[in-house]
Design a protein around this ligand. Structure first.
Ligand code: MG
Ligand code: MG
Length: 272
């Protein structure tokens, strides 16, 4: 059952989402060759707690850390560890926060130093597909419309769209209805309703869409060991239109990137 949120609840969710956004922005300046994902995880936990919030993944389904850290061929759900990041790696960082009883949850795939043009393109297309999906999250549309739009765009670039892992509704629980697959058929699935909030999160592989789950029960890698990218936003349906509760603006500020990609999904200019 989809649980719509009141305007007041959506504002609380925006607060949770923004703490995740700021955490990812803080990490953006720290992601570089030599740092370990465990060091980044500790920084994120400290940062989140300093904002009177709680790491949303820590302890959720017994996950032992603050961040899911998935380098290179890992799709999602990787554990932070003591292995230093290397020049040319990519690292998908997924972060959750719980504050005022509501969750925020989003993700970004970072380049570590210089990456190859092929991998750069994977990141660009995956992020673009996120916004293409968000554009379909509006009055009159259904779950399948978002999935179709993401799938169609990514497959047109020859990429594999992961089927086993999906986006989700979010609220007082990290994972609420509906499931939001990154594939689908137009006009199919649950209808979107005013006040609902979802996490849209394409997980896109450079090669095959097939994945493999490791024996640790968490880590998931691509079957062909080619890289995989993951970008995620929290989006509310307000006045029939998608509105972003999260932002990559703090990341862009840290990295010195100019971007207008989020503007159409905000009614007010974002004040950093
Ligand atoms: Mg996430
Ligand atoms: Mg999520």
């Amino acid at each position: 059952m989809i649980i719509p949120k009141t305007r007041e609840e959506i504002e609380l969710m925006r607060e949770s989402a923004m703490i995740v956004s700021k955490t990812l922005g803080m990490l953006a300046s720290e992601v570089k060759p030599g740092i370990t994902t465990l060091e980044l995880d500790q920084m994120a936990e400290d940062f989140i707690r300093s904002h009177d919030a709680v790491p949303g993944f820590l302890g959720l389904y017994d996950f032992p850390n603050t961040l899911c850290m998935s380098p290179n061929d890992q799709v999602v759900h990787g554990f932070p560890n003591k292995e230093p990041l290397k020049e040319g790696d990519i690292i998908s960082i997924d972060c959750g926060v719980l504050k005022n009883g509501f969750y925020g949850d989003h993700a970004y795939t970072f380049a570590v130093g210089e990456i190859t043009p092929e991998v750069e393109k994977l990141l660009k297309v995956t992020k673009e597909s996120l916004y293409i999906g968000i554009r379909e999250f509006k009055k009159g549309k259904r779950v399948g419309d978002v999935g179709y739009a993401i799938q169609n765009f990514c497959e047109s670039h020859g990429y594999g769209v992961v089927r086993e892992l999906v986006g989700h509704g979010i609220g007082r629980k990290m994972h609420e209805d509906p499931e939001m697959p990154n594939y689908g058929r137009r006009g199919r699935g649950k209808k979107f309703i005013e006040g609902m909030v979802v996490a849209i999160e394409p997980m896109i592989n450079m090669g095959t869409r097939q994945i493999r789950q490791h024996t640790d029960g968490w880590t998931i890698t691509t079957l062909d060991n080619k890289p995989s990218a993951h970008f995620e936003h929290n989006v509310a349906l307000i006045d029939g239109k998608p509105e972003l509760l999260s932002t990559f603006a703090y990341i862009y500020e840290a990295l010195g990137i100019e971007s207008e990609e989020e503007n159409e999904f905000r009614r007010e200019a974002l004040v950093l």
